[in-house]
Design a protein around this ligand. Structure first.
Ligand SMILES: C[S@@+](CC[C@H](N)C(=O)[O-])C[C@H]1O[C@@H](n2cnc3c(N)ncnc32)[C@H](O)[C@@H]1O
Length: 354
């Protein structure tokens, strides 16, 4: 148990290994296994067995041997290791996105945060760490089985129930307005299929200036949520982005990006609640329609004489510039030469050999 001055869960992450703890073993080939320490227990592989008693009482970072002399390095799994190996029923928010969410949604110690859906609780754990023992996280989940998985995962990582956390069953949009007072929530975090269905509920419970962040997997969800936020008028202009993390191979002179990476997880979208009765400021240049019409489809047709690139957020290219680019292209083809100066021009193309 934590002392009154120790943040919840901190004691579980320090000191010698104890019975009941999860320990990550890495062998000499870099293969990893996670075990839960049990007095009298053993970790068996085709290379022999390692008794758990050899580890209990040892400091983190020790190296131990099994009965045939094979060595293992032993460490407590980090949160990023835990969320990728913990029991799950739905896709979890990856650590790289959880980090972005905590920072970009400005989840601060003591914050009042509501979240949905809970899924396996990966994001809930990061949110609880950020709000701390004095904060408040109310998570909503429509499926009881997921809530049970999440509860188990949260209690594993914190060594028991977290004082700042509660889960409610049901649809976020119905429940949050019954359980949270209007304007009483600092941050709303949504990871679900249809965040736009929650718009009214979010606007009701979020305090003026409060941040709403949504994590969605596809561009269609991203676009629909952004346009719903714009159309509603009670929020600032939404900001959308994605993050990519590319690992590096670091060995002697062979220092290069890894050959493989997780290329896509999801998109993030934030908007802030305006004060009641205020009309937000919108940027001067943006596509004005959230639905597309036959006229909008023309914007994609390059043979249309009114090719409207501006509606797609691109800079217009003058006829003169196009003629010059065509001439450049023709002369490049004739000379069989192409010198790429790596200088994107103002229309987004490459500046070629003049
Ligand atoms: C992708 S999972 C969430 C994963 C979670 N953030 C994590 O990191 O483990 C999406 C969850 O949202 C729940 N859900 C979808 N729509 C919901 C709604 N309107 N209200 C409450 N829960 C919802 C689903 O049942 C599912 O468990």
């Amino acid at each position: 148990m934590s002392s009154p001055t120790t943040p919840h869960g901190a004691d579980q992450r320090r000191g010698p290994f104890r019975s009941g703890e999860r320990v990550q073993l890495t062998d000499e080939k870099g293969r990893m296994n996670t075990i839960t320490l049990t007095p009298g227990g053993a970790f068996h592989t085709h290379k022999g067995f390692l008794t758990h008693d050899v580890l209990i009482g040892q400091p983190e970072g020790c190296v131990v041997s099994n009965d045939t002399g094979h060595k293992y390095q032993a460490l407590r799994p980090l949160l990023s290791d835990f969320v990728l190996s913990m029991p799950r029923g739905a896709a979890v928010v990856y650590p790289k996105d959880a980090g972005q969410i905590v920072t970009m949604a400005d989840i601060f110690p003591g914050a009042r945060v509501v979240e949905a859906g809970v899924g396996s609780g990966a994001l809930s754990i990061s949110l609880l760490r950020a709000v701390g023992d004095q904060g408040y996280l109310h998570s909503f989940e429509r499926r009881e089985e997921f809530a049970d998985i999440a509860r188990g995962n949260v209690e594993t990582i914190f060594g028991g129930p977290h004082p700042a956390w509660q889960i409610s069953l049901g649809d976020f949009q119905d429940e949050v307005v019954k359980q949270e007072a209007p304007g009483s929530v600092d941050r709303v975090v949504l990871d679900m299929l249809a965040p736009w269905e929650c718009l009214d509920a979010v606007a009701t419970v979020l305090a003026p200036g409060g941040v709403w962040i949504s994590y969605v997997a596809t561009v269609t969800q991203l676009s629909r949520t952004a346009e719903a936020i714009r159309a509603d008028g009670r929020f600032t202009e939404p900001d959308g982005w994605e993050s990519m993390v590319r690992g590096w191979h670091l060995e002697g002179l062979a220092v290069r990006p890894d050959h493989r990476m997780v290329a896509h997880t999801g998109f993030l979208l934030t908007a802030r609640r305006l004060a009641d009765g205020v009309t937000g400021l919108t940027p001067k240049r943006r596509a004005s329609k959230s639905e597309f019409s036959a006229a909008d489809l023309k914007t994609w047709a390059p043979d249309d004489e009114h090719w409207d690139t501006e509606a797609l957020g691109e800079r217009a290219v003058s006829d003169k510039r196009l003629r010059r680019a065509a001439k450049d292209a023709a002369s490049t083809v004739q000379r069989g030469a192409f010198k790429n100066t790596d200088q994107p021009d103002s229309a987004g193309g490459q500046v070629t050999d003049q």
